[in-house]
Design a protein. Structure first.
Length: 202
């Protein structure tokens, strides 16, 4: 709502949008839980309350920033409530969805569960906190986290075992062009550096 308008209250507009994204995610997760577990009770009352808190500030005076200061103090409280309770609900729903009741989806002792609530396939690099007994293919500069590549179908979930060969990508190819510039490429991107090491094309 109110896309592309100027505002003196960009923080309020940003919170409105992030709360909308959050509610979409938890509604999708609740729907998945209801489909997977017939005994699961869809939290309609909570969602109704969340949407009322989000929709109430969506008057043109509020989003455009022309309301009085008291209005934005109230907005901040409402958005904060949705954010805190919504994130807790999202965590609880993920715990419900990924409980391992002898389903045998993952055989490794350490694995990562990944869910995609969007209606298109996702290919993403995920940052994972490291533990002593986890070995990954790629680590961060400080060694506190590692990276895995996730491929998840639309509106579905998958499991990634850390002992899998997760980086199923073509190796980087390096060669020089006719101007003696260095060209590096893989299946996602091609970059060109001049002889001084400056990036000149991507």
């Amino acid at each position: 709502m109110h896309r592309g308008i100027y505002t003196t209250q960009s923080f309020c507009k940003k919170l409105n949008r992030t709360c909308e994204f959050l509610l979409r995610d938890i509604e999708m997760l609740a729907t998945f839980a209801m489909i997977k577990f017939p005994e699961f009770k869809y939290p309609k009352h909570e969602f109704d309350e969340f949407w009322k808190l989000i929709c109430l500030p969506q008057f043109h005076d509020v989003m455009s920033g022309s309301a009085i200061e008291m209005v934005y103090e109230d907005c901040l409280q409402m958005y904060t409530k949705v954010d805190v309770l919504g994130r807790q609900m999202r965590s609880d729903l993920l715990t419900t969805l990924f409980r391992t009741d002898n389903e045998g989806l993952l055989t490794g002792e350490k694995a990562l569960a990944v869910i995609n609530t969007l209606p298109w396939e996702r290919h993403a690099i995920l940052e994972v906190p490291l533990e002593d007994d986890i070995t990954l293919k790629q680590y961060s500069a400080f060694g506190r986290t590692g990276y895995v590549v996730a491929h998840v179908a639309p509106s579905s979930a998958t499991g990634i075992e850390f002992d899998d060969a997760m980086l199923e990508v073509d190796p980087v190819k390096v060669h020089t062009d006719r101007m003696n510039n260095v060209v590096m490429e893989n299946q996602y991107i091609t970059v060109t550096f001049d002889k001084s090491g400056h990036l000149i094309q991507m």
